[in-house]
Ligand binder design. Sequence first.
Ligand code: PLP
Length: 369
Amino acid sequence: MSVLCTEAGGINLGQGICDIDTEHLVAEGAIDAIRENLATYSRMDGIDLLRKRIAEKAASFNRIEADPDGQIIVTVGATGGYAMAVLATLEPGDEIIVFEPWYGYHVSTPKLLGVGVRSVRTHPPDWRFDPDELAAAFNDRTRAIVVCTPSNPSGKVFRREELELIGQLAIEHDCLVFTDEIYEYIVYEGSVHLSMASMPGLADRVITISGFSKTFSITGWRIGYVIAPPDIAPGIALLNDLFYVCAPTPLQWGVAAGLEIDQSYYRKLAEDYEDKRDMLASALRDAGFQPWVPQGAYYMLAGTGGLGYDHSREAAESLLERAGVAAVPGAAFHPPGAGEDLLRFCFAKSFEDLEEACRRLRDFGRKGD
Ligand code: PLP
């Protein structure tokens, strides 16, 4: 859809590109590092200062106690972190559980390794899952479960009871938990972000994956990290070395500088996204969609029922052609046949671009009347 959108000169509310301005402190930190010739490979698990600052942030924000010298690996984005964690811990023939709608990489990466993927559905409006369905998804091949909170694409922020249940099942079946927490700072009023690795009894089986793409609006920088139990982390670090040697060094310095930012930055980030979320939800309703308002992250799934489309791809192409706004077909987040009545809209845009997209969506609604 991004390619089609560029060709059509549309506004891209499809891919989660996040084209708002990079935080000054982060940009200056990287520019200084380049000027100072900090341009060589770093340790395979990242520069000391960044690992130390991630450990401090993990302790204060996530309530995770992690040794920066042995449990934290700076990776090539959260994407690289997830891939290295999967490679380090799973074998072909193993199975992994994901919640549906899912983020595509959580499914494609294990599949590439020959790991089977089982999905458990979550249901709107608040994307709850059926505990019995989850329990039934575990079998003797299950090695891990993926928890993406806040979730892409549904915006679900998992509640404590849900995480406790997942943790209990993981203990019962001796499984790992991969948590993808890349949207941890983008959580809206009424919800709280919780990290499973901080919960009682789970620290030795949870691999926490996160990064800075979304928090500092630097999706192209490719800086993420993994926090893993001491017996698992060295394997992940070694794979990071084999595949990448290290994450880009000057950009690691930039992020380390960014982590000194005032806490008010994170509050403003979430507040701005909450305003954008509300703007988009209102425009989508006016346009004839049924938006499911997210609790976190910066995506909104919206139902297309009543607009007369049989397939989500057809709905996305028609919206792009008629309104000049790109969205992702809902089928991308489900197994074949499901999600055909959904589109996903991303609101990580400047206020100006989002206002224009909202105006176009409302025009689309009027044309359809
Ligand atoms: N995890 C989730 C759930 C995402 O939505 C995305 C990007 O859209 C990523 C990871 C990618 O993170 P990174 O840019 O750090 O690789």
